[in-house]
Write a protein that binds this ligand. Structure first.
Ligand code: C2E
Ligand code: CA
Ligand code: CA
Length: 717
């Protein structure tokens, strides 16, 4: 049964609803007619009960309530309405014909009425009152919508803040926390305990021994004032229990009409830091020795230099290069070599103080930084200590190995103003130490510096000399026991544009070091071969005469020697048996396997091989039988000892016998005296070379010498 009939007023869904309650349908009708012009939806109820049931289900902006009704009267109805949360605020206008007396009115107000209208109803009054309430209802509805929206938003924000994995706190101008999200509570170890009121500043961990900073100094207040945005990942945050964790945070200040403060959001980056540190460690560590590598070494040196510039102090850089490491590696294998490097690293480290740094820079090279020294010879003491630690044997597997080291020292600032200079100086000093003998150290000095500059200049000049072919071939004859010319050695001379004739002792080493010796070797080979071919063609010499050319390590190791020789022989037309290569023991032993292969190939061409400076290097007699060699050249040092030193004489004799037993020929070089010559010939040396016969000569002079020598011999016969 439909108790409530809709009025005829055209209703739209957004219009406010008015409930009119009266037990007399005619009254209801009259009210409806009066209210028709309003933009409202009218609903009627014919009793208090109906009204109640209606208000509980629908929203009304206003109720016009007849007071006197059978059953539940108007007052009772409103009183009941006031008991429900949903309905208690609906404004009610009582419509009554009864007394206007005060007590009656107050009963209505007590029951929660808002206003009264008395029958007969004045249309204007009714409409204006209803209009006021409708307007109020509209505003209330709007307000409620805003509140609801706010509530939803804040609920949403809260959910977001709850879910977020960053800790977020807000703080006031005094630096005290006034709010924190659950993650912040948890990360900071507050869990359920209140964090509100805690000073934000107290979350930051202070290094011990550093005075605590004040809130103002810390800069949060500055952040607030300037509304700045600060971001950092350099701090440790402190939990409630004082344990710490590295955090990345951002902090922004805000100032509104009501509030000054800031927001601080942070993340625990323990894991990230660990990964970062691990990556840094791996990138900065030498995997074999676990020492810092070159990259960390440079960084440490850079920072140390900056610090010493700031405090006007000194630091020292030591470059250490092991003596004989290569030999150990080659003879005992890489495993032992690796263990030796580890053992050496440990000894160096033990010789240093805390704060010093030793890095492995590669191979058997170590760099040591003493970041702060008081006296310039502090580094010398450290170097001595390190060298002393090298004096004991290393016991590796079953091998007892003793190695030395050469150390070069450069002090900052005297030895160099920046990393590059300092490293170069220490390196230079190290090379000098190497040159000075095993297991020693050298300080970098002014004089060394000058030598370095001179060396740089020399290198530049040598490049030009090779381009402009300033090198010349001098020749020194080799004779047999009957003084017959059997060949000659080609020796380089440099026709320097301003200095005149320069001897190889001044530049060969640098040519070797720079690798330029390869180009020189090529030029020498070509000049020597071309000249010899010309002399053979001119019949100045027989085609059994051989020219000997010196070959350096670099030439032997770069893999191009065989081809170069083939090309030059082809180009000059010299028969291969007229060429001999002089290779020092050292050169051969540098990479014995390679030497055997390369020299075998060359020998197969018909070119002869001589071991130069025999007896000075490693007495590797075992290898001698394996090496493709035709001749041994007894070093002039031993020849020089003939007549003076019995040991030298014995060595010369033994060498000759050894060579002959291996079917090799022997040349004695550096023969200067008749006595030496006699001794050598008596002991069956095959060939002789030295100032006794002739100094190395330029081609034209040698031509003359050859002619003179022939004459001399024929006169003797
Ligand atoms: P080396 O191959 O042992 O050459 C012999 C050196 O002893 C030459 O010095 C020679 O002039 C010198 N000499 C010869 N007879 C006597 C003597 O009776 N008494 C004394 N005291 N010395 C004598 P030089 O020409 O100054 O060459 C020195 C070194 O330079 C050579 O020693 C060789 O190692 C190197 N060298 C010379 N020319 C070349 C070259 O074209 N290529 C390469 N790679 N090295 C070369
Ligand atoms: Ca030689
Ligand atoms: Ca020699």
């Amino acid at each position: 049964m439909e108790l409530v009939t809709k009025t005829e007023s055209v209703a739209t869904p957004n219009q406010p609803k008015i409930l009119i309650v009266d037990d007399v349908p005619a009254n209801l009708f009259a009210l409806e007619q009066t209210l028709k012009p309003l933009k409202a939806q009218l609903t009627r109820a014919e009793s208090g009960e109906q009204a109640l049931s209606k208000v509980l289900r629908e929203d009304f902006a206003l109720i016009l309530m007849d007071v006197q009704m059978p059953g539940m009267d108007g007052f009772e109805t409103v009183e009941l309405m006031r008991a429900y949360e949903e309905t208690k605020h609906i404004p009610v206008i009582f419509v009554t014909a009864i007394s206007k007396e005060d007590h009656f009115i107050s009963q209505g107000y007590n029951s929660g009425a808002v206003d009264y209208l008395f029958k007969p109803i004045n249309t204007t009054v009714l409409l204006s009152k209803v209009n006021v309430f409708l307007e109020l209802a509209k505003q209330r509805a709007q307000l409620q919508a805003v509140i609801k929206e706010n509530q939803q938003m804040s609920a949403h924000n809260e959910t977001v803040l709850d879910c977020i994995s960053e800790g977020i706190v807000s703080f006031g101008a005094d630096g005290n926390i006034d709010w924190a999200n659950p993650t912040a509570q948890k990360l900071l170890g507050f869990d359920d305990k209140p964090i509100k009121g805690t000073s934000l500043f107290s979350l930051f961990y202070h290094q011990e021994n550093t005075p605590p900073l004040t809130w103002a100094e810390f800069g949060c207040s500055k952040v607030i004032r300037s509304k700045a945005h600060v971001r950092s990942s350099d701090y440790l945050l402190q939990r409630k229990d004082h344990s710490t964790f590295p955090a990345e945070f951002s902090m922004s200040g805000f100032t509104t009409d009501f509030q000054k403060g800031g927001v601080f959001s942070f993340q625990d980056i323990t894991e990230r830091k660990w990964t970062e540190n691990e990556l840094i460690r791996l990138a900065q560590e030498d995997s074999l020795t676990q020492l810092p590598n070159r990259s960390l070494f440079h960084e440490f040196l850079r920072v140390s230099i900056q610090e010493r510039i700031r405090d006007n102090g000194n630091l020292a850089l030591l470059m250490l290069d092991m003596d004989d490491f290569k030999r150990v590696n080659d003879t005992l294998g890489h495993d032992v070599g690796d263990k030796l490097l580890q053992s050496v690293s440990a000894r160096i480290q033990k010789s240093l103080r805390q704060g010093d740094l030793v890095a492995r820079l590669g191979g058997d090279e170590f760099g040591i930084i003493l970041p702060i020294i008081r006296h310039s010879d502090d580094a010398g003491r450290v170097a001595k200590k390190i060298l002393r630690s090298f004096e004991n044997e290393h016991l590796l597997d079953e091998h007892h190995i003793k190695v030395g080291a050469s150390i070069g020292i450069a002090n900052f600032p005297e030895g160099g103003q920046d990393i590059k200079e300092l490293v170069k100086s220490a390196d230079t000093a190290m090379y000098h130490a190497k040159g000075a003998g095993r297991n020693s150290f050298q300080f970098f000095s002014e004089e060394m510096q000058e030598r370095v500059l001179a060396k740089d200049l020399l290198e530049k000049e040598l490049v030009i000399a090779l381009e402009e072919q300033q090198f010349e071939c001098y020749f020194q004859p080799k004779l047999d026991a009957n003084s017959q010319l059997i060949g000659y050695e080609a020796l380089v001379r440099w026709r320097h544009p301003s200095r005149g004739l320069v001897y190889p002792c001044e530049f060969i080493e640098l040519l070797e070091e720079t690798g330029l010796v390869v180009e020189l070797g090529k030029q020498m080979l070509e000049m020597a071969c071309a000249q010899t071919k010309a002399w053979i063609d001119e019949k100045l010499i027989s085609d059994n005469t051989a020219v000997a050319v010196n070959i350096s390590v670099k030439q032997l190791s770069n893999g191009l020697l065989l081809r170069t020789i083939e090309e030059i022989l082809a180009k000059t037309g010299l028969p291969p048996h007229c060429l001999e290569l002089e290779v020092t023991e050292y050169t051969m032993m540098n990479d014995i396997e390679k030497a055997i292969t390369v020299l075998n190939d060359i020998q197969r061409l018909g070119v002869a091989i001589a071991v130069d400076d025999f007896g000075t290097g490693y007495s590797s007699l075992t290898y001698l039988s394996k090496l493709p060699v035709n001749t041994l050249k007894v070093d002039q040092y031993f020849v020089n000892g003939i007549g003076k030193d019995q040991n030298d004489e014995s060595i010369v004799k033994a060498t000759i016998n050894l060579a002959h037993s291996l079917n090799l020929k022997v040349t004695a070089e550096g023969v200067e005296t008749e006595e030496q010559r006699q001794f050598l010939i008596t002991n069956k040396v095959d060939f002789l070379q030295g100032y006794f016969y002739s100094k190395p000569k330029p081609p034209r002079d040698l031509e003359q010498w050859i002619e003179d020598n022939s004459k001399r011999i024929s006169e003797l016969i």
